[in-house]
Design a binder for this molecule. Sequence first.
Ligand code: NAD
Length: 288
Amino acid sequence: SARIIDGKDFASKLRARVAAEVARVVAASGRKPGLAVVLVGEDPASSVYVRSKGKATLAAGMESFEHRLSADVAEDELIALVDRLNADPAVDGILVQLPLPRHIDERRVITRIDPDKDVDGFHPVNAGRLATGLPGFVPCTPLGCLMLLKDVHPNLSGLDAVVIGRSNIVGKPMGQLLLAESCTVTMTHSRTRDLFAHVARADIVVAAVGIPGFVKADWIKPGASVIDVGINRTDAGLVGDVDPTVADVAGAITPVPGGVGPMTIAVLMRNTLVSAARREGVSLDDAL
Ligand code: NAD
């Protein structure tokens, strides 16, 4: 049965490498890298994420700036905060926790962030940079998935990859990253016909669907690598988008929890470090 890809272990090693490089940037520049996180409202899941991000930022030796705004804040007030953070030299990364309340235009807020501080990689300029091979910021979850995949396949060139899901946050950037690694990429989604026939050809399957146990064992080519991005809360606890029996067929698979999940914040720390190093003109270890 499949090799279990230990995302928790990989993420903690990445965080240790980031902390070591943060210390170098501090020594070279005389200041700590800073991440500003903006939370609007009191959504419980978002509050948990924001708290974990703040803790991880401090643990990496960086400065954390938390801004909590009430759920009924005016859009212009949020925009004004983003403008201040864009202009603040102590801030290397800006993250606006999504989703935003319905009266706020999410796209206007995201596009207001300075692309060179957009450590979430959600700004259209960064999506364009990724698509055209320019340096920029890549969304944390798909970049974490790629890191786990490269641990299994140091050379992805020529492999058939199927991405299930086409969100701007996971599926689309995942497809671009795999394309940049010279995979043959098939993007699939809710309108795809005969999804299983696509998956059956794949050496690599990335599932970002949001449906518990959606991907079945009899779709999978024996030996394929399967990355399960899904985080679904069910009565049975936290489950992925991939049925657990896929582990009997796959060559390698990420568990849920303990697979992709822990990578997201670790990559956010990495992106913030990269931003600070670029802004300070410090070169970083390639292994990041
Ligand atoms: P989303 O809802 O924005 O997108 C889901 C995608 O799945 C859509 O593009 C849709 O076309 C596709 N889809 C839906 N039904 C389908 C079907 N029957 N067949 C094929 N495709 C179908 O979701 P998202 O933001 O991309 O997140 C996907 C999952 O990943 C969720 O479970 C989410 O919780 C999880 N997630 C985890 C992390 C993390 O690990 N840190 C981060 C982001 C998202």
